[in-house]
Design a protein around this ligand. Structure first.
Ligand SMILES: Cc1cc2nc3c(=O)[nH]c(=O)nc-3n(C[C@H](O)[C@H](O)[C@H](O)COP(=O)(O)OP(=O)(O)OC[C@H]3O[C@@H](n4cnc5c(N)ncnc54)[C@H](O)[C@@H]3O)c2cc1C
Length: 267
């Protein structure tokens, strides 16, 4: 059980940062992950008064506050339009609506969970994370950083010509994913992000230039085989590494084929 001695609604990011330097204190998001832990907390730090529950179109950037819920990600028109529905696809299988009404972006990213749909999606968007003390870092760097006590303030998406497709494989609809896959084309660069390996998500560029000339069936297959060969995968109760490798090939191929279809409809 989670035992909390004191609860503070902080009035500034500075106050939150100072408080979270004490390892016995903890920042709370929706508390859905935290409440499953067996630990004693001196002070629970709530960011709910800091106006971080908005998704804002800033022209060249989209800003997503740390207290934005997964349900907001799912239903927000700015994100829906920018990602052509991929953001919704990335979160809509996470447990249920009531759950997604509580789970926050900050709580979903700060833990850098090895099963995370949310981390996979933001990595595919080449997003940035703003930390109160650590400043603005790319999400790729953030995913590999050693966690130090800091406040995740917001996620920043730098807008660019984008196509992105998100897919996941689950044994049952609302379970943790067996594998997550997002392919994106930002300007002319293709990337493929694979998560729930069951390790943290990782992004691959098309280093061997399979997709340079066209998204043909052959080039898509070659790219999928190449990534599946490079992937470091593990086994857990949801699937073996070998099963995940087979699934990876299928998801990458399906996602790139869907991306090709999107491109056809766009032009
Ligand atoms: C049963 C269950 C099933 C799930 N299934 C999936 C799934 O299929 N796919 C998926 O992607 N996710 C899944 N999740 C994870 C879930 O979506 C959330 O990511 C998770 O609950 C954390 O979000 P939260 O807002 O509840 O964070 P909390 O539990 O409140 O916090 C989690 C951690 O983040 C820290 N934290 C929170 N906010 C901040 C901040 N602003 N700055 C710094 N640190 C912060 C907390 O201190 C804590 O260490 C699942 C979780 C549960 C419990």
């Amino acid at each position: 059980m989670l035992d909390i001695k004191k609860y503070v609604k902080v009035q500034s990011l500075e106050e939150a940062y100072e408080l979270c330097q004490n390892r016995k204190n903890i920042i709370i998001g929706g508390m859905l992950w935290l409440k499953m832990q067996n630990r004693s907390v001196d002070t629970a730090i709530d960011l709910c008064d800091l106006n971080l529950n908005h998704i804002e179109d800033k022209g060249d950037e989209i800003h997503i506050g740390a207290m934005v819920t997964l349900r907001q990600l799912e239903s927000n028109p700015i994100l829906h339009q920018y990602t052509h529905g991929a953001m919704k696809e990335s979160v809509h299988n996470i447990v249920g609506v009531q759950f997604r009404n509580l789970a926050t972006v900050g709580g979903s990213l700060f833990g850098r969970y090895g099963f995370s749909d949310v981390l996979t999606m933001f990595m595919a968007l080449d997003a940035y994370v703003e930390l109160y003390h650590g400043g603005i870092v790319s999400i790729q760097e953030f995913a590999t950083m050693r966690p130090t006590p800091d406040v995740l303030v917001r996620v920043i998406i730098k807008k660019s010509p984008l196509r992105v497709v998100y897919m996941s494989q689950r044994n049952t609809k609302t379970d943790f994913p067996v594998l997550t896959c997002a392919v994106s084309q930002i300007e002319t660069t293709y990337t493929c992000t694979i998560g729930a390996r069951p390790l943290k998500a990782v992004t691959f560029k098309d280093e061997n230039h399979f997709l340079d000339s066209s998204l043909s069936d052959e080039s898509i297959q070659a790219f999928a085989n190449d990534i599946a060969k490079k992937l470091v995968l593990g086994s857990n109760l949801r699937g073996s590494a070998d099963y995940r490798r087979r699934i990876a090939k299928v998801l990458i191929k399906r996602a790139l084929t869907a991306l090709r279809e999107e491109n056809h409809h766009a032009y």
